[in-house]
Design a protein around this ligand. Structure first.
Ligand SMILES: Cc1ncc(COP(=O)(O)O)c(C=O)c1O
Length: 403
């Protein structure tokens, strides 16, 4: 029946701000996806670092259907049991004292940037409003977050833009040392730049950001929308760095495929948002919170996180083996199961071509900019899926180097 629905309807009826693949996925389980024609794909993309436990995970299905039976939505005039439980678990397992829930990463960052501005205003005065972010970073698609993001192509057509936002080179301690001042209210950073090319931060850079923020009474915001909830082999990536942020944003993998976002924050900052300061209709929805509770319960276990690290080594080894034969990549990088493979100079700009060929061969992969092939598979991806995925990637690489 689904065959009566056509891919051409996208072009006919939908705002063309995406360019989806020509096939339409209709069913998925674990790390396998099937399209309308019944063709099977191995999924190394995980819905862009979202399906942390794979597709249609049985335990997530169980809590979601149980919550569907009891209550879907009550609005923020009331709280609900799943969201209270989720807030408690996130506070007990992180640096944070308080949590604000929303529906997406962009909204979580919007909340973080707003609370940082209000905290600085209330505590220090209106001069302290500058936000520092980094070139190539990505923080979402709201007007504030595209402006804060370090990729001008996402903001340049939407002027006038929010003001007092500076972009500095990533991993450059001297640049921020020279720039940060008493007017800076917050520094926002991805511990690994995701969309902008899978570029891990130097530990010394993050440590310097913490020290500089403390010296200048600025808040340090970690955007862990892509790196959070087990993605790097830690519950949140900051744990490995030894640097604690003041605010952390989470989304993507937190819901395992059900939309939810969260801003985690220390108590003195949380206090500046009083009833009416900020809000959302759907944030903290019981369905999303019920699923996220189960995601956290399954992911935040030492054995599970150790499994992510094991899979990291497996992926890197197999990528390196393939590269010995095909010489397509100049660098393999990333942490846990957020991995990037930079194309050799002679293949610059061809990451999308490679991912398209991979899809033809039955492998769903991501790109991170024009020169990086990116993998963000389910954190529990199974051996057979890894075997089949790499066999298909090899077929794709054979064609890629010939074409
Ligand atoms: C680091 C980072 N921040 C923010 C976002 C925006 O999240 P969303 O698309 O859920 O609004 C993304 C999405 O790719 C991201 O990777």
């Amino acid at each position: 029946m689904s065959n009566t629905i056509q891919r051409s309807w996208f072009d006919q009826y939908m705002v063309p701000c995406f360019s989806p693949a020509q096939f339409i996925p209709v069913r998925a389980k674990g790390s396998r996806v099937w399209d309308q024609e019944g063709k099977e794909y191995v999924d190394f993309a995980g819905g862009i670092a979202v399906n942390s436990l794979g597709h249609a995970n049985d335990e997530l299905k169980k809590v979601l259907t149980s919550q569907i039976e009891s209550m879907w939505h009550v609005g923020n005039g009331y709280t609900n049991e799943p969201v209270l439980k989720l807030a408690k678990i996130l506070v007990e397992n992180t640096f944070a004292d308080k949590v604000f829930f929303c529906n997406s990463g962009g909204e979580a960052n919007e909340a973080a940037l707003k609370i940082a501005r209000k905290y600085a205003l209330d505590k220090y005065g209106s001069h302290k409003n500058e936000i520092i972010s980094f070139e190539n970073s990505f923080h979402g698609r709201t007007l504030f977050t595209v402006t804060v993001g370090g990729q001008p192509k996402y903001s340049q057509d939407f002027a006038p833009l929010p003001q007092q936002i500076s972009h500095l080179p990533y991993n450059d301690i001297d640049a921020i040392k020279a720039h940060i001042s008493e007017n800076t209210c917050a520094v926002i950073v991805e511990p690994i730049i995701g969309e902008g090319g899978v570029i891990p931060a130097d530990p010394a850079f993050l440590k310097a950001l913490r020290e500089l923020c403390d010296q200048h009474q600025a808040l340090l915001i970690f955007d862990e929308i892509q790196t959070g909830v087990g993605r790097t082999g830690y519950f949140y990536a900051y744990e490995e760095t030894g640097v604690e942020p003041d605010i952390l944003t989470s989304a993507k993998g937190l819901g395992g495929g059900f939309p939810i976002g969260a801003m985690l924050v220390k108590q003195p900052i949380a206090e500046v948002f009083q009833p009416g300061s900020h809000g959302t209709t759907f944030g903290g929805n019981p369905l999303a919170a019920a699923v996220a509770n189960q995601v956290v319960a399954l992911v935040n276990q030492p054995e599970f996180l150790a499994g992510v690290q094991e899979r990291h080594h497996e992926f890197i080894k197999r990528m390196a083996d393939l590269n010995q034969r095909y010489h397509v990549f100049s660098e393999l990088r990333g942490k846990g199961l957020l991995l990037g493979a930079e194309l050799e100079k002679k293949y610059q700009g061809k990451a999308k071509t490679l991912s398209n060929i991979a899809a033809e061969e039955g492998l769903i992969a991501l790109i991170a900019g024009p020169n990086v092939l990116r993998f963000a598979p389910a954190l529990n991806i199974e051996e057979q899926d890894i075997n089949d995925g790499f066999a298909r990637l090899e077929n794709a690489l054979k064609r890629f180097v010939q074409e």
